[in-house]
Design a protein around this ligand. Structure first.
Ligand SMILES: NC(=O)c1ccc[n+]([C@@H]2O[C@H](COP(=O)([O-])OP(=O)(O)OC[C@H]3O[C@@H](n4cnc5c(N)ncnc54)[C@H](OP(=O)(O)O)[C@@H]3O)[C@@H](O)[C@H]2O)c1
Length: 359
């Protein structure tokens, strides 16, 4: 290992030969991602950081846990004493702007870090390359690792939200094998098994908001909470699309201070406007749980990014309420899908799908 002192601008830095090969960086980046497990920082990103000494030893790991708490880079540097000459591996480009906390680039520069491996550049307009530039201006070597797929897969809502100004929308449906979400009398509890319902609670836990239509509030009186033993994360924000008719005064949802989205003149909520409004209040992902009319509206507005269907091991044996309201006029109207996952959950099936666009 070679260590030398170099003066770059105002900063004296020890520079070292890089002891980290691609496989080591990959491993350390995974460690940084693992550090974000159990963190709920939205609308901020999930970020993990690892500080490594010049000989390649991991000195500390940090993660950004909740909005308003210190960022991963600062936590990873905290209490280490002399960090001059150390390397940092961080999942996301460090921030260079003052938010609720000061810029992480300042902390990295002051700590004498000589090299930063970043998982991906931050698409947030306030950062977006400025963090990398600030570090490079201070003489720090910045390596963009090309591990964006892994990083974005760990926090898909954040990246979608920052790039599009809308939350990532997942449509969830629970169907009988023959495609019914409820019987003629409106009953749908329960089409799927306790195992599938538990899985669906994991899905809620992974989203910032859970959205239903007025029809579902009237029929099912849902709480839209995550009910998993030992769950200590935040509850998703409940969102209701109100229509022409009043919502029931005694609905359980009122105890949860839901966002009630009011309809426009035609009596229905505008999907696109509501998604932009939800994004503006910091919601990065929405789980749409139905019912059939709301699900159809999201499909018609081309606003569904992911579909998760639980197929209960049941046959309705007739027509009750099909998954999407409205007519299926001709086969050419069927949207092409790609199935991205199929799993057994207890006695049921779980299918992940994405609508193919431009085909
Ligand atoms: N198996 C499942 O996965 C599942 C999940 C959820 C619900 N369900 C079942 O689905 C049934 C409820 O479904 P639903 O189709 O009757 O009701 P819904 O889709 O939950 O709600 C539809 C109502 O929402 C209001 N609304 C406001 N903006 C809208 C928009 N842009 N698009 C559509 N609706 C809008 C309207 O209220 P107004 O009527 O006041 O105008 C509309 O009638 C229940 O039987 C429930 O058990 C099943």
């Amino acid at each position: 290992m070679t260590v030398r002192m170099e003066e770059r601008g105002r900063f004296m830095r020890r520079t070292v030969d890089n002891p980290l090969d691609g496989a080591a960086v990959d491993r350390l980046m995974r460690r940084a991602v693992e550090a974000t497990s159990g963190t709920y920082p939205h609308p901020n990103p999930r970020v993990g950081a690892v500080v490594i000494s010049p000989d390649g030893t991991v000195r500390n790991v940090g993660a950004h846990v909740r909005p308003g708490t210190p960022h991963a880079e600062r936590l990873a540097l905290e209490g280490l004493g002399d960090t001059a000459g150390d390397t940092m591996v961080v999942t996301l480009e460090p921030c260079s702007h003052h938010g609720r906390t000061p810029p992480c680039t300042d902390a990295i520069i002051e700590a004498g870090i000589v090299r930063v491996f970043i998982g991906t550049v931050d698409p947030d307009d306030r950062v977006s390359g400025r963090g990398v530039a600030a570090l490079r201006d201070a003489g720090i070597e910045v390596v963009e690792t090309g591990l964006s797929a892994m990083i974005e897969g760990n926090d898909p809502g954040y990246y979608h939200h920052r790039r599009t100004g809308r939350p990532l929308v997942t449509l969830k449906l629970a169907l009988t094998l023959d495609g019914q979400i409820a019987a003629l009398d409106g009953t749908s509890q329960w089409i799927t098994s306790p195992e599938a319902r538990r899985d669906a609670h994991e899905l809620r836990a992974a989203h910032d908001a859970v959205l239903v239509g007025a029809g579902t509030v009237r029929q099912d009186d849902p709480e839209l909470t995550v009910r998993i033993d030992g769950w200590d994360g935040p509850q998703p924000v409940p969102v209701v699309f109100k229509g022409n008719r009043p919502l029931p005064k005694d609905a359980k949802l009122w105890q949860r201070d839901p966002i009630v989205v009011e309809p426009t003149n035609n009596g229905a909520v505008s999907i696109n406007d509501s998604l932009r409004d939800l994004a503006r209040v910091g919601i990065t992902s929405v789980l749409v749980e139905g019912g059939a009319h709301v699900a159809r509206s999201f499909i018609n507005a081309d606003a569904v990014d992911e579909i998760v269907v639980y197929i209960g091991a049941r046959l309705a044996g007739g027509t009750g309420l099909s998954a999407l309201a409205g007519p299926f006029a001709t086969i050419a109207d069927a949207l092409p899908l790609t199935f991205t996952g199929v799993d057994r959950v207890g006695p049921d099936l779980k299918i992940n799908a994405r609508i193919e666009r431009n085909t």
